[in-house]
Design a protein around this ligand. Sequence first.
Ligand code: ADP
Ligand code: MG
Length: 336
Amino acid sequence: MIKYLLKVDINMDEFQFINKIKQDFYVQPSLHKGIGDDAAVIRENGQDIVTAVDIFVENIHFSRQTMQPFHIGYKALAANISDLAAMGATPAYYLVAVVIPKKWSEMELAEIFSGMQLLADRHNLDLIGGDTVSGNELTISITVIGYVNKDKARYRNQAKDGDIVFVTGTLGDSRAGLHILENPQTCKYKDEQYFIKRHQQPTPRIHFASALNNISRVTLNDISDGIANEAAEIAEASNVAIHLYDEKIPVHPSFKQFNPYDQYQWKYFGGEDFELLGTVPADDWPKVKNSAQQTNTKLNKIGYVLANGQGIGKVYIHSANNVTSFLPKKGYTHLK
Ligand code: ADP
Ligand code: MG
């Protein structure tokens, strides 16, 4: 099934360009009007609608030294649909507003949209609108719209005393990939392509998040700024303390090749892994494991929630030799 054939000429104007990125048909049944009028129309089908928007600016959120146009498009949409996963929602539509500098060729622009389309196809998303203007800095703003069963949106203020803290995937990979991309001259690393792919084409955990549907209370947050930051957001919103075991924070087997200081910084503060951090009542933990199995998602129990006592709104790390330390709320600012 091919929704579009992206062929771009060298001298297209804005309208020809929109025509090129427009899908030949739409897959979402709730769409009433897609691209081609002043706005798109969706007919609500009894579920809750979840929507989010993000902006990506060249040299602030990404650099052409480490990201090809295809990756820029892919990752921009991945970051957006990861926000919907963190709500337990399934994305259905996206709109793209782009500011295009003169120095970007039509070809490169088409590659940005191809990157988005690859991910959109994988998750049955329809592109239903946007805006195209010229300007100084390449800027991409994506709005994503999705659905979640009524009252099943996963808020970050729902963590409670005794909850289990879990995380999907492995952490620090994206930052390790960036390190490899930025230091091409230095020694060769093991599994370079793995880390680079995790940086350029992360996997938002959409299927896992929606497989949690049968659980009444789950807290979710996606790891865009590092687990230290995301855990603190849950702790603050829920008025709880979050305790994590350092040796249980999942990392890739080759992660230990990097220097110990970097490992620590990257896994806690690296960000852009787009894994899901969550809390769930201990009784429902088997259901979470089940959802992970069904969706082929790596899952680890990494800590617990305390609501009575000290450190409300804070995150603590327990080291292997049982020293407890406070984990500061800071994230890597993804400048290049
Ligand atoms: P208007 O003048 O009503 O804002 P535009 O000329 O900006 O219309 O856009 C025409 C149609 O093309 C609209 O449906 C709009 O949503 C869509 N569109 C424009 N730019 C993009 C884009 N970058 N991605 C997807 N759809 C776009
Ligand atoms: Mg417009």
